[in-house]
Design a protein around this ligand. Structure first.
Ligand code: MN
Length: 206
């Protein structure tokens, strides 16, 4: 038997959207989803597949690539594309056409223990999302036993900071500019009231 290794090409694939492209309208239009998912998210995937081909990262999972390139100056481009793929998949799951409303009991208790009320948690999410200067993300994370709201710039992820992401909101301008132009607050309030997927956040607590 030959010991020859078969050359493997492991491509990162674009995960299907968890709903139709018009399902989040009118809060987020099909037009925005078309560019955001079809061009931006896919673009990061195409870039990453090219960047890692034939390198030591070629057969690593997305999580591993993110963790192994984080904070390394000579790997910034790979980190940015890998983390943006992860962040966007997580964002699509953080939204739901039937979102908003009350979190499931197990999550609600944790929110109340950390922020006193669900409204206070939503206000803090909106506040960090508003004060992220330039491109980035707002996150609800589990830090030890407590819930926290944090922001990250550009492609940065709480994954590399020892906390567990529960949900995220994209505050890059491409996430809202077609629908809201410069009105980031209107985008955030509509997402928090109508789309935020507390069930997904509760599942991530496990
Ligand atoms: Mn985005």
């Amino acid at each position: 038997m030959s010991n020859e290794k078969t050359e493997r090409v492991t491509l990162h694939l674009l995960p299907p959207l968890p709903y139709a492209d018009n399902a989040l309208a009118p809060v987020i239009s099909a037009n925005t989803i078309g560019f955001h998912y079809g061009k931006h998210h896919k673009g990061y995937l195409d870039n990453l597949n090219k960047l890692v081909a034939g390198t030591e990262f070629a057969e690593l999972s997305l999580d591993k690539i993110i963790k192994e390139t984080a904070g390394k100056a000579d790997k910034t481009v790979i980190f940015n594309n890998a983390a943006q793929i992860w962040n966007h998949t997580f964002y699509w799951n953080s939204l739901n056409p039937k979102g908003g409303g009350e979190p499931p009991a197990v999550l609600k208790q944790k929110i109340e223990a950390s922020f006193s009320t669900v409204d206070a948690c939503k206000k803090e999410l909106a506040a960090v999302a508003m004060t992220q200067f330039g491109s980035g993300w707002a996150w609800l994370v589990l830090d030890g036993d407590k819930l926290k709201v944090v922001k990250t710039a550009n492609a940065d992820s709480p994954l590399t900071k020892g906390t567990k992401p529960l949900l995220t909101i994209d505050v890059w301008e491409h996430a809202y500019y077609l629908d809201y132009q410069n009105r980031r607050a209107d985008y955030l309030n509509a997402v928090l009231e109508k789309l935020i997927n507390w069930n997904f956040a509760a599942d991530n607590l496990k």
